[in-house]
Design a protein. Structure first.
Length: 153
């Protein structure tokens, strides 16, 4: 199942992200894709805020690859796959240990490495919108939990 919607400005992106963050529970996985500067980290920041992480703690993990944040009730893991070229490189980072179900996992550039996502997940694709502040969002639920999260959007 796929839903598409326009996020007309930064406030709309933040509201959607915070709503999603409040719905997440340990074991959930959200993968984001979209061009450079399309708002992936901004959306991750809002999702993390909804899950109980202070927004100013969240930064792009492009150089460190993986950040772990202490959320209100469970850890939030934030990964950026932009600089990785293969599943083997990803494996060497300890990434797959994050999928143990103890926290939520938010991954930017999920489209860069095939099989980086588990079977149950929510995919968020960001594209340019009608104006510089707008983004078009396509959301796809993979598996039953992904579909459940999709319906909550």
């Amino acid at each position: 199942m796929l839903i598409a919607r326009e996020l007309e400005n930064l406030a709309a992106s933040q509201a959607l992200g915070e709503r999603l963050g409040r719905a997440l529970r340990p074991g959930d996985f959200v993968g984001l894709s979209g061009g450079l500067g399309y708002g992936k980290t901004t959306l991750v920041r809002a999702i993390a805020a909804g899950a109980g992480v202070a927004a100013d703690e969240v930064s792009s993990p492009t150089f460190s690859l993986i950040h772990r944040y202490a959320g209100a009730a469970f850890p939030v893991h934030h990964a950026d796959l932009y600089r990785l070229g293969s599943r083997e490189e990803l494996y060497a980072t300890g990434y797959f240990d994050l999928l143990d179900g103890q926290g939520i996992v938010l991954v930017e550039w999920i489209d860069r490495i095939a099989l980086a996502a588990p079977g149950e997940w929510l995919e968020l694709r960001l594209m340019s919108g009608a104006n510089p502040d707008a983004r078009n969002l396509e959301a796809i639920g993979h598996g039953s939990r992904g579909e459940e999260l999709l319906k909550g959007l």
